[in-house]
Design a protein around this ligand. Structure first.
Ligand code: 5AD
Ligand code: SF4
Length: 520
C-alpha cells in the first residue's frame, strides 16, 4: 500500500509551478483562481518554465490561435521530458475540455487535463499524478515488501464531458467551482494588476451561437449568489483594487432567484438561469430575484471604496432599460459597453444564431446613447463566416461606419470542432478573402475610432493611469499643443518620477478610451 499510496510527506513540499494563460478574460480569471488555490496549498509559482516541476497551460478554445500557441509550448516541454526531466505537464481550461482524450493520445507528454468546470479539483489531480509516478518508480524492498507498481497510470483527467449541460438542480448542488471562487486569494501581490481584478458573476452560456465552443466547454449558464459577489468585491477593494470587471459570457443575463437553491451547509448555491422566457415576457417571478441591474446597484452601494465597476460581455438583446438607469444613476459604474454585433448582415446573423437583426442591434445602441450620452461602445466582429458574400461584408462595413464603435475586435472565422457551424456550413470564404476583409474592416474601424476619439478632445475626463511607456512616434488623436491638462495624480508611482521626458503616462477613461499624457 505504501508503494501505491506513499505517505503525503514524500509528495508535498515547495513544488515549483509555472502557469501560463492563452486566451480570453474568463481564462485569465480561471488562471488567477487556480494560482490562488495552489499557492494557498503551498505550491510556489516561478516565472520561468525551465525552473518548474509542474507546468500548466490554461487555454481558451474560442479561436484557433490560442490553442496553436499552447500546442507549441506543449512541444517545448515535450523536449525537456524527452531529455529525461520529471515534469508534470497539464492543460487546463476550454482546450482541455474540447480536445479531451484526443489531446492525451496525441501528446503523451501531457499528464493532466482539467476542464474549466473542474478546476476546483486541480490540486487533487496534481497529487494523483505525483503519487502514481512515485508509485511507478518505487523500488521493490526485498522479500515481503509490496512490489512496486511500474505500470500505474500516471495521468489524471477531470473533464465535465456531457455533465457540462447537466440539470439545474444537479449543477447547483455539485458546483465545486463556487468554492474555487470563494477561496480566491486577496493578496494584492498575487494579482497581476493589484489595482484591477475580475469577478465572475455568471459562468457558462446558453446562447449557442453556431460558431462558438463556449456553451460546450463551459456548460450551461450558472449564476453566482449576489452576496458572494458583493463580498468578493468588498474584499478585493480592501486589498487595494480600485477597478473591478464583472465577467460573464452574457453578463447582462445575470438573474438570481433567492430561496430554493442552497447547499447542504446552508450557503446560497449558484443556480442555472431561468432561460430566455424570463427576458421575453418581462415578468418577474414571484420569488425574490436579483437582476443584473439590481446586482450593479448592490455592488455600487455596498462597496463604496470601489472607484470603477465595469462589466463584460453584454449580449445586445435583452439589455434592459433598468441596467441603463442604474448606470446613469451610479457615477462609479463605467459607461463602457462591450456588446459584440458580430456582423452587419441579417442573413449572416441568422446563420450565426445570434437572435437579433441589424435593426435591433442599432435600436439597442440608440437606446443606450439616449440614456447615457457619454457611453462608449466596443464590440467583436467575425469576418468570413460561411456564406458571407461581398454584399454581406459591405453591410458590416456600413455598420462600423454608422455606429460610434470606439473599437472592434475583428476575427477571421475559424471553424471550431464541436460547434454547429462546422457541421452545418462549409467554410467557403477563402483565407485570402478573410484576410482582406479583416484588413479592410480594421481600416474602417480606425476611421470610426478616430471620429469617436476626436469627439472627446476638450472634454473633462477621469483617467485611471496604470502604465508609463515611451512616447510613440504619433498618437491616435492629439490635442493641440498647449492644451492644458490638469492632472490630479493619486498615489505615487516611482516609475512616474523616474520617467524621462520622452515618456507618457497611459490610462483609460470610464468609457475605456485610452489616454496618453506626455510627462513633463
Ligand atoms: N471564429 C472566429 N471568431 C470567433 N469568435 C468566437 N468563435 C469564433 C470562431 N469560431 C469570436 C466572437 C466572440 C469572440 C470572443 O470571439 O467574435 O465574440
Ligand atoms: Fe459564444 Fe454566443 Fe455564448 Fe458569446 S453568446 S459565449 S459567442 S455562444
Amino acid at each position: 500500500l505504501l508503494a501505491v499510496f506513499p505517505p503525503r510527506a514524500t509528495l508535498v513540499g515547495p513544488v515549483r509551478v509555472y502557469l501560463e494563460t492563452f486566451g480570453c478574460q474568463m481564462t485569465e480569471l480561471d488562471s488567477a483562481l487556480v494560482r490562488g488555490h495552489l499557492a494557498a496549498m503551498g505550491y510556489r509559482f516561478v516565472e520561468d518554465h525551465a525552473q518548474a516541476q509542474v507546468v500548466l497551460y490554461t487555454t481558451c478554445s474560442v479561436r484557433e490561435l490560442a490553442e496553436q500557441k499552447a500546442y507549441s509550448r506543449i512541444g517545448e516541454v515535450g523536449v525537456r521530458k524527452r531529455e529525461g526531466e520529471e515534469i508534470i505537464l497539464g492543460v487546463l481550461g476550454c482546450m482541455a475540455e474540447r480536445d479531451g482524450l484526443d489531446l492525451l493520445r496525441r501528446h503523451p507528454q501531457v499528464a493532466l487535463l482539467c476542464g474549466p468546470a473542474e478546476l476546483d479539483r486541480l490540486p487533487q489531480l496534481i497529487d494523483n499524478v505525483r503519487r502514481a509516478r512515485a508509485a511507478a518508480t518505487a523500488e521493490p524492498r526485498g522479500e515481503g515488501s509490496i512490489p512496486a507498481v511500474r505500470n500505474a497510470s500516471s495521468r489524471a483527467v477531470a473533464l465535465a464531458g456531457n455533465r457540462s449541460r447537466r440539470s439545474a438542480t444537479l449543477s447547483a448542488a455539485e458546483d465545486g467551482l463556487e468554492s474555487l471562487d470563494l477561496s480566491r486569494a486577496f493578496d494584492p501581490d498575487a494579482r497581476e494588476n493589484p489595482w484591477s481584478a475580475y469577478v465572475r458573476i455568471t459562468r457558462g452560456c446558453n446562447k449557442f451561437c453556431t460558431y462558438c465552443v463556449v456553451p460546450y466547454t463551459r456548460g450551461a449558464e450558472v449564476h453566482r449568489p449576489p452576496e458572494h459577489i458583493v463580498e468578493e468585491c468588498r474584499r478585493l477593494v480592501d486589498s487595494g483594487a480600485v477597478e473591478i470587471t464583472l465577467l460573464g459570457q452574457t453578463v447582462n443575463h445575470y438573474r438570481y432567484t433567492h430561496g430554493p437553491a442552497v447547499t447542504l451547509d446552508g450557503r446560497a448555491a449558484p443556480q442555472v438561469g431561468p432561460g430566455l422566457q424570463a427576458f421575453r415576457d418581462g415578468s418577474r417571478p414571484a420569488a425574490r430575484t436579483t437582476t443584473f441591474a439590481d446586482l450593479l446597484h448592490l455592488i455600487h452601494e455596498r462597496v463604496p471604496g470601489l472607484r470603477r465597476l465595469r462589466f463584460v460581455t453584454s449580449y445586445p438583446r435583452d439589455f434592459g432599460d433598468d441596467v441603463r438607469a442604474v448606470m446613469r444613476d451610479s457615477p462609479r459604474i463605467c459607461r463602457y459597453l462591450h456588446a459584440p454585433a458580430q456582423s452587419g448582415s441579417d442573413p449572416v446573423l441568422a446563420r450565426m444564431n445570434r437572435g437579433y437583426t441589424v435593426a435591433e442591434y442599432e435600436a439597442f445602441v440608440e437606446r443606450t446613447f439616449a440614456a447615457l450620452p457619454d457611453a462608449s461602445l466596443a464590440g467583436d466582429i467575425i469576418v468570413g463566416f460561411p456564406g458571407e458574400t461581398d454584399a454581406d461584408f459591405d453591410a458590416t462595413c456600413s455598420l462600423v461606419r454608422r455606429l460610434p464603435f470606439k473599437n472592434n475586435f475583428i476575427f477571421k472565422y475559424s471553424p471550431r470542432p464541436g460547434t454547429v457551424a462546422i457541421d452545418r456550413f462549409a467554410d467557403d470564404v477563402p483565407d485570402e478573402v478573410k484576410r482582406w476583409r479583416n484588413n479592410a474592416l480594421l481600416a474602417i474601424q480606425s476611421e470610426t475610432s478616430a471620429r469617436v476619439h476626436a469627439g472627446w478632445v476638450g472634454r473633462t475626463v477621469d483617467v485611471l493611469f496604470d502604465a508609463v511607456r515611451e512616447r510613440p512616434a504619433q498618437g491616435a488623436v492629439r490635442a493641440a499643443p498647449g492644451t492644458p491638462v490638469t492632472l490630479r495624480v493619486r498615489g505615487e508611482d516611482p516609475a512616474l518620477q523616474a520617467a524621462p521626458s520622452a515618456w507618457q503616462a497611459v490610462g483609460r477613461t470610464r468609457g475605456d478610451l485610452i489616454v496618453a499624457v506626455d510627462l513633463p
